[in-house]
Design a binder for this molecule. Sequence first.
Ligand code: FAD
Length: 312
Amino acid sequence: MGTTFNVTVVEPPAALDREATAAGVATALGEVDRRMSTYRADSDVSRFNRAAPGAWFAVSAGTVEVVAKALEVHALSDGAFDITVGPLVDLWGFGAGSREAARVPGEQELAAAAARIGSKELAVRFDEPALIKYAPREIDLSAIAKGYGVDRAALWLQGQGITDYLVEVGGEVRTAGRNPERHAWRIGIEAPVLQRGAAIAAVAVSGKSVATSGDYRNYFEVDGKRYSHTIDPATARPITHGLASVTVIADDCMSADAFATAIDVLGPERGLALAERLGLPVYLVVRSGEGFEARHSSAFEPYVEDDSGGSR
Ligand code: FAD
């Protein structure tokens, strides 16, 4: 998926060695990549994107599961999360193979791409797994499939009888049980700076997933203006508000991943309002003058670490 993964297993069963664990996780992630990557011409997603509208298109059950969750988050976020946003992602230079094209597109190009956006034209079928588009649409699962990969890897570990683990793929995390010190897993929330690893806060979780979306790493600047890889489908443009990063805690990592992008699109006020409405634990880092200011939803309160390293 163009990124790295890390797995920590506490007291693995004697029959399972390090190589077998790594291979099992890699196979689970490889299957998600093979099915859902826009960087592969033969994935379910790329083949569906080339297909004509109006007919059911057979895909894996996993792809249906991810697209169904994407449509659910689309509806709950008032359209802010939209997996059909790919033509705009490409136009703004953030799509597969379009990295060097960082430039501000013209109005006509934007209008043409925006006319091909809208998840309302998509539907899923679970028995005989398939997708359908009722108008020309392309899907891009970049903001949700990494989280799903984490879930698949976690389920594989559980299937091996492993009860205490942490799985991380490209910054999205799922935990179960206890860490090697027999405490809840402690996850750092990265500070929105370019150096990796500097934490602004930490959460203590067990049996939960943590995902972060932000504009501090993947963006370009033209004439001093910042253009993020997160696109607001309502404007066809990168988000412009002061939200630097959004961290979401959920049971499954696919939901955490999707809601992090949805709230990133909505911005601090509407994003927090959605979090309150859904009872979602959400932590926001908002730009404030030269620095940053942190805000969180009420449901996030129990996860905030106190100074002694335990959670409140
Ligand atoms: P997130 O915030 O989680 O997602 C941002 C991305 O979501 C944007 O880049 C855009 O694509 C999309 N997006 C933008 N606006 C919206 C919106 N309003 N609603 C929904 N989605 C939106 N990268 C490579 O370089 N090489 C690879 O081979 C490769 N393979 C991949 C295979 C898979 C299956 C997946 C899921 C990703 C792959 N990637 C690859 C992409 C890479 O890892 C992405 O950078 C990553 O998925 C984006 O995650 P993020 O955490 O940076 O951002």
